[in-house]
Design a protein around this ligand. Structure first.
Ligand SMILES: CC(C)(COP(=O)(O)OP(=O)(O)OC[C@H]1O[C@@H](n2cnc3c(N)ncnc32)[C@H](O)[C@@H]1OP(=O)(O)O)[C@@H](O)C(=O)NCCC(=O)NCCS
Length: 165
C-alpha cells in the first residue's frame, strides 16, 4: 500500500469505487463532492492508493452561536457569531480502515484550519459526526461536543497551534 499525501479532489478522481460502510457518506462523495468543489461550497481533499480514493474529508467555513461553544473557551470571547472551519465529512474506505488514514486526514484538516486561522481568524475547528462511532473518533483527537448540538464536536484551534510564537 503506497498512499499519497492529501490533495484536492479533481474531476479525474474516481469517486464511485469508494465505500466506507456508510451509504450516505459514500453517496455524498459520489454525487456532490465534485459539484461543491467547482462551486467552492466545500473543498474536498483525498488520500489516494494508486488511482483509488483511500480516504477523504471536506472543509467548509461556518459560524455558530457563542452559546454552542465549550463553556471554558467561551468565557473570554466576544459575542455571536463565532466563525469556524467545518470538517463536514471524513471517511476511510473499508479496505484501508485501521491503518492510520483517518488520523492523517484529521491532521491535514487541522493544519489547513490553522493556516486559515492565521490569515482571517477562525478560532474553532468543528466536525459533524454521522453516528456515535464518529463522535468517539473525533473525541479521540481532542474534539468535544458542542453545548447545543451533540453531533457537532469542536476543537479550539489554540490547543492545536502550540504556544504563541
Ligand atoms: C471513523 C473512521 C474515519 C476511522 O478511520 P481509520 O482510518 O480507520 O482510523 P485510524 O486507523 O486513522 O485511527 C486513528 C486513531 O483513531 C482511533 N479510532 C478509529 N476509529 C475510532 C472510533 N470509531 N472511535 C474511537 N477511536 C477510533 C484508532 O484506534 C486510532 O487510535 P491511535 O491513535 O491510538 O492508534 C473510519 O472508520 C470511517 O470512515 N468510518 C465510516 C465513516 C465515519 O464514521 N466517519 C467519521 C465521522 S463523519
Amino acid at each position: 500500500m503506497s498512499l499519497t499525501k492529501p490533495s484536492a479532489l479533481t474531476e479525474n478522481h474516481d469517486t464511485v469505487a469508494f465505500g466506507c460502510g456508510d451509504p450516505a457518506v459514500d453517496s455524498w462523495l459520489r454525487h456532490h463532492a465534485k459539484d461543491h468543489q467547482q462551486e467552492r461550497i466545500t473543498n474536498t481533499f483525498v488520500i489516494l492508493d494508486g488511482s483509488t480514493i483511500a480516504g477523504f474529508y471536506c472543509l467548509a467555513t461556518g459560524a455558530i452561536e457563542r452559546v454552542s461553544t465549550p463553556s471554558r473557551w467561551r468565557s473570554r470571547r466576544p459575542a455571536d457569531p463565532v466563525p469556524l472551519m467545518l470538517l463536514g465529512r471524513l471517511a476511510v474506505d473499508v479496505r484501508h480502515q485501521g491503518r492510520g488514514v483517518g488520523a492523517r486526514l484529521v491532521r491535514d484538516a487541522t493544519m489547513r484550519a490553522l493556516t486559515v486561522r492565521r490569515m482571517v481568524g477562525t478560532p474553532l475547528l468543528g466536525a459533524h459526526a454521522v453516528a456515535p462511532a464518529g463522535q468517539a473518533f473525533y473525541r479521540h483527537f481532542g474534539f468535544r461536543p458542542s453545548a447545543v448540538d451533540p453531533w457537532l464536536t469542536l476543537l479550539p484551534l489554540q490547543n492545536a497551534a502550540g504556544p504563541p510564537a
